[in-house]
Structures are given as C-alpha cells and as structure tokens.
Design a protein around this ligand. Structure first.
Ligand code: SF4
Ligand SMILES: [Zn+2]
Ligand SMILES: [Zn+2]
Length: 191
C-alpha cells in the first residue's frame, strides 16, 4: 500500500500539493474502495483515505452507496441528485437515471415554492412556477399576475405623460405641453 511505503505525512499534510500526490498514489492502491468507504463511514477522520480528501468526503456524505467508476473514481451510485452533480464535476453528460432524479428534485422544489406562494394568497412568482411545472395557473396566481401587469401598464402610461414631446423650432410644428390632457390642442412653437 503506497501509504505504508511512501512518507505517510503526505496523507495528512496541510499542503494541497501533497494531498494531490497522496490522492494520485491512492489511486494505484488495491484497497482503495474499502479504504474510502471506511473513511466515509467515519466523518471524524481527516486526511486522504482511498483517494478522497476530507472535503471530497463531506461532498459524498449522503449516507447513500458509492461506487468506483471505470476510471476508478469514487462516485455516488447513479439515480441520485448528488450523482447528477458528480457527472458535471467529472465533465460528463448526466445519465438518464440521474437526469430523471434531477427532474424529480426540481419538480418537488418548485411544488414546495408554489405551496408557499399559495399560502400568501397566490402571486406572479406562483404563476411562473405553474408554467414551469407545465400546468395551468390557479385563479389566485392568475389574478396576481394580471394585477401586476395592470400596475406596470399604469406606471408606463404615467411615465409617457410626464415625458415632454418636443418638435424642432425650425419646423414650425406644434408641441404638446408636458402633462397636457389627452385630446388638448397643442400650441404653436415660438419662432
Ligand atoms: S487507499 Fe488507503 S490503504 Fe491505499 S494508499 Fe490510500 S490511504 Fe493507504
Ligand atoms: Zn448517473
Ligand atoms: Zn397558483
């Protein structure tokens, strides 16, 4: 085992370079999987065990099974959200099982957020969540989004009335006074 034939301090060093070397040496060890599982079962352990650092193991601390992949990297068994993230960490496309686990997780998260929006009487955010879930919005969320859109139209209309509309003095055309009532007649611009 490399940790018994090389300087054992590498496995407990504070230096990230030493830890990376220990991880690389562990990868060649026939006891790697058992060693990593031993440390995963004992969160109090520090240092490198079975090619995992303490930080790696905190990321894997899901209480779920792990496996060594074809490249002998430790990873959570597929079909879990943590396994979905591991695909990305290892620069792979998620497998179908992990993608389905992620979709279930996302749906559950959106439903939980929607429930809290409904507890507040529905909202525009709830409307968006209904849409993302792929279902028609409830009456409360629909009313909330309509009220928001109406308020936003009113704000835009007010801003439009406040903005002065000017014409070139040279053109001799008429200009409308800021704040003039709709339909009021303009006055001839001073020449
Ligand atoms: S896998 Fe475990 S036993 Fe093997 S070198 Fe690494 S720390 Fe030592
Ligand atoms: Zn997977
Ligand atoms: Zn709703």
């Amino acid at each position: 085992m490399p940790c018994t034939t090389t300087d054992p301090e590498l496995w407990h060093s504070r230096s990230s370079r030493d830890r990376a070397l220990a991880v690389a040496l562990c990868r060649e060890c026939p006891l790697r999987q058992e060693c990593a599982q031993y440390a995963l079962d004992r969160p109090e352990l520090r240092g490198v065990w079975g090619a995992t650092t303490a930080a790696d193991r905190r990321g894997f601390a899901t209480g779920r099974p792990h496996r060594l992949d074809e490249q002998r990297r430790l990873r959570p068994a597929c079909g879990l959200v943590s396994a979905y993230y591991t695909h990305f960490a290892y620069r792979e496309q998620p497998c179908g099982e992990c993608a389905a686990a992620w979709a279930d997780h996302l749906l559950a998260e959106r439903r939980a957020r929607l429930e809290s929006e409904h507890a507040r009487g529905g909202s525009a955010l709830g409307y968006g969540l209904h849409r993302r879930i792929g279902e028609p919005a409830c009456a409360d969320c629909l009313a909330a989004v309509r009220a928001r859109n109406a308020a936003s139209r009113q704000r835009r209309a007010r801003r439009g009335l406040q903005r002065p509309r000017t014409a070139s003095p040279a053109s001799g055309s008429t200009a409308v006074l800021p704040g003039a009532q709709a339909g009021a007649r303009g006055f001839a611009a001073a020449s």
